[in-house]
Design a protein. Structure first.
Length: 182
């Protein structure tokens, strides 16, 4: 059972309500994301959002001066523009600059500063230029690995390369803007 499902099925108490997920809708009622209940209450109290649906059975969140019904869904009062981009997945074509940015210029084999990328499955063996097959790589590791797989070269990847999640990056930016406004 995942965290979100466990939080939904558990009875709410003063100790666990804070972990309850709350659905956030844009001003246009488009679903944006789920956030923790404590963040939702902060947005309600700041006037940045309004409650659309309260949690059933009702659960009161209390402070010294205020009582708020725990929401199940909130709606932002002002529209937040989210740029819609094409789907990027692990098999999408990647660029050198994109891979270096994704890996923060850290070598996937030793974590040293990297200026090049390495094909995990070498191009000479049909390795594609995809997000899942490219990793940032420092010069010494790239030379050591050469035209071999990491297993053949006796090298281990520090992480499994994946396509960047642009939606999550946009969402973090939205929450930072909202936090700065409150």
């Amino acid at each position: 059972m995942t965290f979100r499902h466990a939080a939904r099925s558990a009875a709410l108490t003063a100790d666990n309500w804070i972990h309850t997920p709350v659905l956030v809708l844009n001003a246009s009622y488009e679903a944006l994301d789920e956030i923790s209940a404590d963040r939702a209450v902060v947005l309600l109290m700041a006037g940045t959002a309004e409650s659309i649906a309260d949690r059933a059975p009702h659960f009161l969140v209390r402070s010294q001066r205020v009582e708020v019904l725990l929401p199940e869904t909130i709606r932002l009062r002002h529209y937040v523009y989210i740029e819609h981009t094409g789907r990027v997945n692990d098999e999408s074509r990647a660029t050198l600059a994109g891979v270096l940015r994704r890996d923060k210029h850290r070598c996937g084999y030793c974590a040293a500063w990297a200026r090049t990328v390495d094909h995990i499955r070498p191009r000479s063996r049909g390795g594609p230029n995809t997000w899942a097959n490219l990793v940032a790589c420092c010069g010494p590791c790239n030379t050591t690995k050469a035209d071999r797989t990491p297993e053949e070269a006796g090298m281990r990847l520090l992480w499994q390369p994946k396509a960047p999640n642009h939606r999550a990056k946009q969402q973090r930016r939205v929450w930072q803007q909202l936090a700065a406004a409150t």
